[in-house]
Structures are given as structure tokens and as C-alpha cells.
Design a protein around this ligand. Sequence first.
Ligand SMILES: Nc1ncnc2c1ncn2[C@@H]1O[C@H](COP(=O)(O)OP(=O)(O)OP(=O)(O)O)[C@@H](O)[C@H]1O
Ligand SMILES: [Mg+2]
Length: 223
Amino acid sequence: MADIIEIKNLTKIYGQGKENLCVLEDVSLSVAAGTFVVLLGPSGSGKSTLLNLIGMLDKPTAGQIFFQGREITAIKSETKRSDLRLNKMGFVFQFDGLLPEFSLLENVALPGLMNGKNKQKRAQELLENFGIGAISHKMPADLSGGEKQRAAIARALCNKPLLLLADEPTGNLDAARKEQVFKDFAALAKEGITILMVTHDVHAADFADVVYTLQERKLIKTK
Ligand SMILES: Nc1ncnc2c1ncn2[C@@H]1O[C@H](COP(=O)(O)OP(=O)(O)OP(=O)(O)O)[C@@H](O)[C@H]1O
Ligand SMILES: [Mg+2]
């Protein structure tokens, strides 16, 4: 299949002058559509940085990122960037990022609403798939960390993204739930959704098609 993501010579340096920190150095990567990619690496190695760059939430110091053949690092308009994000990408942030003033159901349906669509039915189905359908009316503050994390995954899938960027989506889940999410992601990849998942759980590698480890500013293919 054609490559959905192509990264060419990507460098990210935070800060300036003496205070600067080079997190990614000349990183290149190609991901075929429908691949489940797992990204491992020590804390502080730049995994979230890489995901944020692909999701256009931050800009690289040098290099290019292509999404479906289009250079997204060259898109200047914030409206175009957010449209692309909303319609083609789903995000699960490292910290769930649910909006506290909305119920679970409303949170999960929100990406649809931002597109002018009522996605409550799909949101409820997704919540049921993740075992939290019965509590969809609850507010995030009244839920466990793992329940919120599963809701965040459901929300990322609301608009049927082509690319799912998931930053440690299973950190608060027990072993069985974790494995279920890895299996779900593998199944979604078989349906054609490309998944880039950051994790500290090496067990995830068993479910992935491809595994990269980020270490000392470089990406190393380990599966
Ligand atoms: N906005 C920023 N400004 C300056 N430095 C930053 C910024 N964001 C991240 N960093 C630094 O860049 C490095 C990489 O951070 P990043 O969050 O990408 O790591 P990570 O691999 O996701 O780590 P973790 O596994 O702990 O989530 C860290 O040393 C961090 O302190
Ligand atoms: Mg991180």
C-alpha cells in the first residue's frame, strides 16, 4: 500500500542558544497505510514530540513531513491544519484531555459536533465497545483513570480517522484491558487505519506490524 506518512530528515530543537535541546536529529520514516506502528523509547526521548509534529501541533526545526503525499509541514494556514486534523487524524493524548464540563458521551461525540454532525449514536457504540457504555452520562471527574483513557480512545475514533496518533493510551489500564486495546488497534489497522502508538509496554510489540525505538535523537527499527 502507498505510504500515508513520510518523514524526511526531521530535526527538532527546543529552545535557543546555550539552552537548546536537540530531541530529534535527521529522523526519516515511512509508514504504509494500514500499519500498526509501535513507538518505544525512554522517558524524555522525544516520542510525544514526534507525535505532535506529525499531528501538526508543533513545527520542526528542519525537515519535512508528508501525509498522503502532501507536505503538511508546509501548510501555513491554521484553519487548513485543523481541518486536516479533525477529518483525517485522531488523537489520544498522553493525559486523556477530556473536557471536564462535558459528559463522556458528549466528549466522545465532540469531534463530530465540530464537523457539524450529530455523532451521539456512534459515540455510544464506541463507548460500549470499550466497556464503558453504561457510564456514558457520567462526568470525567467521576471516573477512574482507565475509564477516562478508554473514553479518550473512543473520542479519537469518532470521526473515523485515517491516522490514529495515540500517546501512551494504555498507561492506566490493567493487563487485560491493555491487551484488548492492542488487539483492537491491530484489528483497526487491518481495516486500513494507520496507527502510531507510543508506549512503555514492550508487550505491545507482539501486536504491532512494525516497532521503532527512539533513542539518542534517532529512530531505530526494532521489528
Ligand atoms: N515545549 C518544550 N520546550 C522545551 N523542551 C521540551 C518541550 N517539550 C518537551 N521538551 C523536552 O524534550 C524532551 C522530549 O520530550 P517528550 O515529551 O517528547 O518525551 P517523551 O519521549 O514523550 O517522554 P515520556 O515518555 O516521559 O512521555 C524532554 O527532555 C523534554 O523535557
Ligand atoms: Mg511523552
